[in-house]
Design a protein around this ligand. Structure first.
Ligand SMILES: C[S@@+](CC[C@H](N)C(=O)[O-])C[C@H]1O[C@@H](n2cnc3c(N)ncnc32)[C@H](O)[C@@H]1O
Length: 336
């Protein structure tokens, strides 16, 4: 739905009433930064859970904040749609970034994110060697890989990027198609598993880099294919990750996201550090569109009857909207 700058009088009045209180304005500013749970907001603000919940309820009712329940967790984020979404974003943009309260909130948000990242990193460090077993929780990997091959096609690529490469399996699929393939992961343990795999397979056109998906250590506007396979559900800000991936794509470049469809296996949060219990088709398509990509296709791989209990895996393909110019040869524009 196209967003307009205008909303009915009553809507603006209730939005002003909801935002016109110190804690709620701080909440709005935090939720413009990240999608957060009540527990995280309680930690950041240092206020009781009932109080924070009450403030959130008012913000949601006024259309300034949206909520999304997923299993036992509820995520809150600044409104993305509706007549008050632009208003909410505008209010936050007008706040002076040097304000002491907001700076303190940001600092605690950074601590919460850091703690979460460390928890995930500990998980990956502990599971690096057995990662291939964990992959077996969903529909068989052969089916997923066949669908990936089909989605990306057999056309040669200049440069391919594997985001959250983990043990590097996707690099094995991409490297034979590409002049150069780059795998990025934040976990040194995962990267050493990937390095061993790449060496074993004799892939000489692969580079591995330690780095954060939110601040990719790669050239922008360069890659003609990026893949994010089973990574999105660990991230606290999937939209930001997709925006950053889109930044790495050259005009006409494609992004393939492979992840779980919505599921109810809450225990994966505790046992396997999952943050999100899968994604709906519309959600990832929306992330792509908001990142300047055309959403090209989605495919769901549901478990067959004999694979009971396993999870559905979805593939989403997006393409950079800019026209594809003459490909720049790698010899003149080397991957950093
Ligand atoms: C499920 S695992 C590996 C999946 C891998 N793509 C595969 O196909 O096997 C997810 C990977 O994402 C990485 N990861 C999670 N958050 C990350 C971040 N913010 N930046 C970079 N890597 C991240 C983890 O270290 C982990 O190796």
């Amino acid at each position: 739905m196209p967003q307009t700058d205008h909303a009915p009088f009553e809507t603006i009045l209730s939005a002003l009433t909801a935002a016109g209180e110190a804690t709620r304005l701080r909440l709005l500013s935090l939720l413009a930064e990240a999608e957060l749970t009540v527990t995280e907001l309680v930690t950041i603000l240092g206020q009781s859970q009932p109080r924070v919940s009450r403030h959130l309820k008012l913000l949601v009712e006024a259309g300034l904040v949206e909520r999304h329940r997923e299993g036992a967790w509820v995520f809150f984020f600044i409104a993305q749609a509706g007549p008050t979404a632009r208003f909410a974003r505008d209010l936050v943009d007008r706040l002076a970034s040097g304000d002491a309260h907001l700076l303190a909130d940001r600092a605690r948000l950074a601590e919460v994110r850091q703690a979460r990242a460390e928890q995930a990193a500990r998980y990956f460090a502990a599971h690096a060697a057995t990662w291939d077993d964990v992959r077996a929780m969903h529909v068989p990997e052969e089916r997923v890989e066949a669908a990936i091959r089909e989605a990306i096609g057999a056309k040669p690529l200049h440069a391919a990027l594997d985001l959250g490469t983990g043990g590097g399996r996707m690099l094995e699929l991409l490297a034979p198609l590409a002049s150069r393939a780059v795998g990025v992961d934040q976990s040194p343990q995962m990267l050493s598993v990937a390095r061993a795999r790449v060496e074993r397979a004799g892939l000489r056109n692969v580079q591995l880099r330690q780095g954060d998906i939110y601040a990719l250590p790669v050239e922008p506007d360069f890659y003609d294919l990026a893949i994010m396979h089973q990574v999105l559900h660990y991230l606290d800000d999937p939209l930001r990750a997709i925006r950053e991936a889109a930044r790495a794509l050259r005009p006409g470049g494609r992004l393939l996201v492979v992840d779980f469809a919505p599921h109810e296996q809450e225990e994966l949060r505790v046992a396997h550090a999952h943050r999100r219990l899968g994604f709906s088709g519309e959600e990832v398509a929306g992330f792509m569109t908001a990142s300047g990509l055309d959403f090209v296709m989605r495919r769901d791989l549901a478990p067959e009857a004999r694979e009971g209990g396993k999870l559905t895996v979805s593939l989403w393909l997006g393409r950079d909207r800019r026209m594809l110019a003459d490909p720049v040869p790698l010899t003149t524009r080397e991957v950093a």
